[in-house]
Design a protein around this ligand. Structure first.
Ligand code: SF4
Ligand code: SF4
Length: 508
């Protein structure tokens, strides 16, 4: 560790070091899930607008066929994860604690798992960077570390801002999860090829691969895969949660701090997760859309924890059955225990960003009752964003959300370090996510009200303008009428004078 400290200058002062619970799941060989009979493929699996269906119920599809197209600039297409028939397009329960519904395309598998036609590329480095972006976007690749931001949109941003360094995130600091670890151990060559394709797409000079020191096999495999490329460096970082968070990894690897309201690209770096890089490799080299991912199955309620290669849309219940459930799970979590989502039930499907399904037994799910704050300051010391969790929570507690916002609430990344170290077990993160939700609802309502006010003002201005124009037109018409009348009056007088003259001449 001393050597590490020398390399890195100092150990991070933020974060926590929870028991990682990664073994034995991380060490079990990667398995393929038997093909599920039915897959529910949600249309919202990425940041941005949900995709738009392009298939009809009853239609036959092959694995990899486009079933929903992107809808807007920040959106991603969705592809059939296996061959079969479209058996429904409708609402299913979303992977969200609220149990709200979302639109999904249901495919009844035909068991053949037959691929559509794929267009491989032998030399991606001969393609224009824009073409790499186009192929990555068409394959529906999104950030697989959990952020699910469409990868190609990030490429374009990186190119526009002339990003020089690609940071490859192999941190995977959440306890229990090991899908990225397995990806690096089992498919290191794919990850390295993918990250080199990403470098080409964004025009980066170098890539830094950050891997936590609790993954020695992944470090060894990636070191071998990257050895031939001088501009690809592997950096071992201390295992400390939330090292896998973009801002913390950037700071640890480069010393650069990303300002609260800025994007990583603005300080010259772009971060992509290791599994995203492997998905880029498959999308570009093999022409394969993103239709499956590695999912960690872990938790005390499972008898065969491990990592499986599962098609997108697989119901969680199929994964649990495969991993062997020893007892009814007391809590089901999608993602890690620190930042994951508690699932309402096991019939929800897995999505592109689903790095793990955790089935906790009663002991793991137990939440001690919250006590009063003892002002120990542990939460402040643990916060990786340098915030004051205690102060923010106490202001939220009395409903003063604006002053909590003034303390930097929007910078909170929801990592849960503060709640993890709190000896009083105060659910600090719930306070923050509630307040953030409330503030963004207020903001949405403010924007709506502003828009309504603007519309009303525009309408009033338009009506006033129209009234003015009407009055001016009336005045103009009246003036023309008067002028015409005057002209007619003059003409009549002239005519009557002429008639009188003619009459007197005749009499003479
Ligand atoms: S860690 Fe908990 S008890 Fe300690 S100051 Fe923060 S909120 Fe209070
Ligand atoms: S305040 Fe937010 S960023 Fe800071 S430790 Fe708590 S959850 Fe993490």
């Amino acid at each position: 560790m001393r050597i590490l400290e020398k390399i890195l200058g100092r150990r991070p002062h933020w974060g926590v070091h929870p028991d990682d619970h990664k073994r034995p799941a991380a060490d079990a060989p990667l398995r393929s899930l038997p093909l599920p009979e039915v897959l529910h493929v949600p249309l919202q699996q990425h940041v941005g607008n949900p995709a738009r269906p392009v298939v009809l119920v009853g239609e036959r599809v092959l694995k990899g066929d486009l079933i929903a197209e992107p809808n807007g600039n920040i959106s991603a297409p969705v592809h059939a994860p296996t061959s079969g028939w479209i058996s429904a397009i409708g609402e299913i329960t979303a992977a969200h604690p609220s149990g709200l519904s979302q639109l999904a395309i249901t495919i009844t598998a035909d068991g053949a798992d037959a691929w559509c036609e794929r267009v491989p590329v032998a030399d991606p480095f001969a393609l224009a960077p824009e073409e790499i972006s186009r192929r990555t976007a068409a394959a529906g690749v999104v950030g697989l570390g959990g952020a699910t931001f469409p990868a190609a949109v990030k490429f374009n941003l990186g190119r526009r801002l002339q990003v020089g360094t690609l940071i490859v995130n192999g941190g995977e600091c959440e306890p229990y999860l090991s899908s990225d670890d397995r990806m690096m151990r089992d498919r290191a060559a794919e990850v390295v090829d993918g990250l080199r394709i990403v470098m080409h797409a964004i025009g980066a000079r170098e890539a830094l691969i950050g891997i936590e020191d609790n993954k020695p096999q992944a470090i060894a495999a990636m070191r071998v895969a990257a050895a031939a490329f001088g501009n690809v460096q592997l950096r071992v970082v201390p295992a400390r949660y939330p090292m896998g968070s973009d801002k913390q990894l950037i700071q640890t690897l480069t010393g650069k701090e990303v300002p609260a309201d800025a994007r990583a690209a603005e300080v010259g770096v772009l971060v992509h997760n290791v599994s995203t890089c492997a998905a880029v490799h498959r999308a570009v080299r093999r022409g394969e859309p993103l239709v499956e991912r590695i999912v960690t199955l872990n938790g005390g309620a499972l008898t065969r924890p491990g990592n499986v290669l599962a098609p997108i849309g697989t119901p969680v219940v199929d994964l649990l059955r495969f991993a062997g459930v020893s007892e009814r799970p007391a809590r089901l979590v999608l993602g890690g225990p620190m930042m994951g989502i508690v699932l309402p039930h096991a019939r929800v499907p897995i999505v592109k960003g689903a790095s793990g399904i955790l089935a906790f037994d009663a002991a793991e799910a137990r939440t001690p009752p919250a006590g009063p704050c003892i002002r120990c300051g542990s939460c402040t010391r643990a916060c990786p964003m340098g915030l004051l969790p205690l102060e923010m929570a106490s202001r939220i507690g009395v409903g003063d959300l604006d002053s909590a916002a003034g303390l930097g609430l929007s910078d909170c990344i929801g990592c849960g370090c503060c709640a993890y170290v709190c000896p009083a077990h105060i659910p600090l993160v719930q306070f923050f996510s509630h307040a953030k939700g409330e503030l963004s609802a207020r903001e949405r309502s403010r924007l709506r009200n502003d828009a309504t006010r603007r519309l009303a003002e525009d309408r009033a201005a338009r009506l006033a303008r129209e009234a003015q124009e009407k009055a001016a037109a009336n005045a103009r018409r009246k003036a023309e009428r008067d002028a015409a009348k005057a002209a007619v009056g003059g003409g009549s007088r002239l005519l009557s004078t002429r008639i009188a003259d003619t009459t007197s001449e005749a009499a003479t």
